[in-house]
Design a protein around this ligand. Structure first.
Ligand SMILES: NC(=O)c1ccc[n+]([C@@H]2O[C@H](COP(=O)([O-])OP(=O)(O)OC[C@H]3O[C@@H](n4cnc5c(N)ncnc54)[C@H](OP(=O)(O)O)[C@@H]3O)[C@@H](O)[C@H]2O)c1
Length: 260
């Protein structure tokens, strides 16, 4: 079967929930979508149905593939390519969960698992996707980092290490592939309202008695579709001169007002 759609294919890991789904909603009018997830089939089905409802012309498929090592990444890449009969030329690495714990006395296996999910998997998928991007002389790789890569938070040694590593990977890979029309960027969100942060968002809003502005200057938590809008811009032709950057999207949280 030969793919008849002229649209480029975007692979979004973790595309069925939170930030990944916000990105899918913004890319849906222009791109075919492959959304991966780990285990929550009900949520994934709901994401697919919602996209088809909002964008009747979208070609979207969901793929259940827990991503823990290179073979998992390869399985996902192969099945996506075979389903759509074309390789993804846009890769958004958004999958992953938190495993916060104070380092002293922690379970070391949890640290290794988190580094695999948040750093090794994005590297593996980039490696797999780059060959076709190189041939196409077009590619977009967008890695979801976090302001936690630069701002310490107790319990997040593993997460900070993985995200800082991801930013280093982003810059160096960008340098290597820029001449092939491939851009590689990272996004560093602050607090975005998603299933992953639901409890923390409630706590921040309650702790501040409505005065959330003391922590986040714009005065509110971010929305997944706001990250999606930035990704949409980074995928388009108007962003072809932007590569190797970390784009912070945090409502001013990292500006560090010393009086607050
Ligand atoms: N939310 C924030 O405030 C925030 C801030 C900075 C950075 N980030 C980053 O943004 C990304 C998305 O976070 P989110 O808040 O949108 O989370 P989320 O709503 O919990 O969504 C996570 C997605 O990743 C999938 N996933 C999780 N672990 C996986 C694994 N091992 N293999 C394959 N898929 C896996 C989940 O699948 P299932 O639903 O099947 O589990 C789900 O689709 C993460 O990289 C996170 O570090 C988030």
């Amino acid at each position: 079967m030969i793919d008849a759609s002229p649209k480029k294919l975007a692979l979004i890991t973790g595309g069925t929930s939170g930030i990944g789904f916000g990105i899918a909603c913004k890319l849906a009018p222009k791109y075919d979508l492959a959304l991966s997830f780990a285990s929550n089939t009900e949520k994934a089905n709901h994401a697919k149905i919602e996209l088809q409802k909002q964008f009747p012309n979208v070609k979207v498929e969901i793929f259940q593939q827990p991503l823990n090592d290179y073979n998992d990444a390869k399985n996902l890449y192969d099945i996506v390519k075979s389903h759509f009969q074309k390789p993804p030329l846009i890769l958004v690495n958004s999958a992953g969960k938190l495993r916060d714990q104070i380092f002293l006395g922690s379970n070391f296996q949890d640290h290794q698992n988190l580094i695999q999910e948040h750093l090794v998997i994005p590297m593996a998928l980039s490696h797999l996707c780059l060959k076709a991007m190189n041939v196409a002389k077009y590619g977009r790789i967008i890695n979801m980092s976090s302001i936690s890569a630069r701002f310490a938070k107790r319990g997040q040694t593993n997460y900070a290490a993985a995200k800082a590593g991801l930013e280093g990977f982003t810059k160096t890979l960008a340098l290597e592939v820029a001449h092939r029309g491939i851009t590689v960027n990272a996004i560093a969100p602050g607090l975005i309202d998603t299933p992953m942060t639901q409890e923390f968002v409630k706590k921040v809003e309650a702790d501040n008695n409505g005065n959330i502005r003391s922590k986040i200057p714009v005065g509110r938590v971010g929305r997944p579709e706001e990250v999606g809008a930035l990704v949409e811009f980074l995928c388009g032709n108007n962003s072809s001169y932007i590569t190797g950057q970390v784009h912070t999207i945090d409502g001013g949280r990292s500006l560090g007002d010393p009086l607050s």
